[in-house]
Design a protein around this ligand. Structure first.
Ligand code: TLP
Length: 358
């Protein structure tokens, strides 16, 4: 029998568990646009409670959740401050600019090094006819492109209170907020209480096939519900999806296992010549492998691993990302370690050829 690939490209690749599939089949449903789906309502209530907000809204994706949040906090012509490496700015197709007419104002290094408050103060320029008024600050925790790093609650509080002082509202892209909570062994509410809204994903490490929740005050969620409809995201008998989401929420307490596996794999990779892992140890479930020292492109590295049945993803210049998740077992980590070691042996035997490359 051929083993299934060990898929470390993302924590989005999980398949629904047998328990989820059963719950989906049994789910009580109704038309959620009429507010009549009891399973969606239950998920929204439980989800809001998990992040300490009044209400929550079920959406098909994290991208739509962030977009709805930005549309619901801003008007056309407003500016939004956010990290230049944030998912909303980097990966979401400029949705809020295209559909909401907002100007993104990216701040370089917002999530690094503690200079965030100063950056935000500079970003909010004085009222002037030349400037788009800044209304919103978006944060991301854990931070994807930085390698799953956690912004601790103290830093969030400092940044959020500075933003509030300047008249901004704060949205948190908390796609992986429960990874942050698991890493520091704190309740998620410690991270979310200073933010006006938070989006989190059920379909990443938590393992649901589809879905995200956007949470905030009752009046914010009323605006968000309308914007979700505007975008075509009002779903009908969505209880079949929410049923899996409810089970996914329970899994938030088990994420430390993914983090332990990420550390284990990272330790082995970092010990190999030519490869670096940064941040090290990985703070949550993401491992960023730097291949520059090996004179091997991320694409070549991933192609070699793919031949060993290990899937990883090129992640920018000289970087490869590997992500642990619900469908990755200890045995899979062992296979990934063997795959990387095989690459190392191969690389060493090809060392002189590698050195010849431009
Ligand atoms: N991230 C995906 C890719 O889009 C890069 C991944 O594989 O990591 N916020 C953050 C921080 C995310 O990492 C993602 C997905 C989203 C939002 C969007 O969620 P979806 O994929 O549900 O639209």
């Amino acid at each position: 029998m051929i083993d299934k690939d060990v898929d470390l490209r993302s924590d989005t690749v999980t398949s629904p568990t047998a328990e989820m599939r059963e719950a989906m089949a049994r789910a009580m449903v109704g038309d959620d646009v009429y507010g009549e789906d009891p399973t969606v309502k239950q998920l929204e209530q439980e989800g809001a409670a998990c992040v300490g907000k009044e209400e929550a809204l079920f959406l098909p994706s994290g991208t739509m959740g962030n977009l709805v949040a930005v549309l619901s906090h801003t008007g056309r012509g407003d500016a939004v401050l956010l990290d230049s490496e944030s998912h909303i700015f980097y990966y979401e197709a400029g949705g809020a600019s295209v559909l909401g007419g907002v100007q993104f104002w990216p701040l370089e290094g917002l999530h690094e090094g503690g200079g965030a408050v100063e950056m935000i103060k500079k970003g909010v320029r004085p009222p002037d006819q030349h400037f788009a008024p800044v209304r919103l600050l978006c944060l991301e925790n854990t931070h994807n492109r930085l390698g799953g790093v956690v912004m601790p609650p103290g830093a969030m509080e400092e940044v959020c209170s500075a933003a509030r002082h300047l008249g901004l509202v704060v949205h948190l892209d908390g796609a992986r907020i429960f990874n942050a909570a698991a890493a520091l062994q704190l309740p998620a509410t410690d991270f979310t209480r200073h933010c006006d809204s938070v989006m989190f994903c059920l379909s990443k490490g938590l393992g649901a096939p589809v879905g995200s929740l956007l949470a905030g005050t009752t009046s914010f969620i009323a605006r968000a519900r309308r914007n979700r409809k505007l975008l075509g995201g009002g779903m009908r008998q969505a209880g079949v999806l929410a049923a899996a989401g409810l089970l996914a929420l329970e899994h938030r307490h088990a994420l430390q296992e993914d983090h332990r596996r990420a550390r284990e794999l990272a330790r082995e990779i970092a010990a190999l010549p030519g490869l670096d892992v940064d941040p090290f140890p990985p703070p949550t479930n993401m491992i960023i492998v730097h291949t520059a020292g090996a004179n091997c492109s991320p694409g070549e590295f991933c192609a070699f691993l793919a031949e060993q049945g290990i899937k990883a993803i090129p992640f920018g210049e000289n970087r490869v990302r590997m992500v642990t998740h619900r469908d990755i077992s200890d045995e899979d980590i062992g296979r990934a370690i063997n795959g990387v070691k095989a690459w190392s042996l191969h690389f060493q035997s090809q060392g002189s050829r590698g050195g010849d490359r431009p």
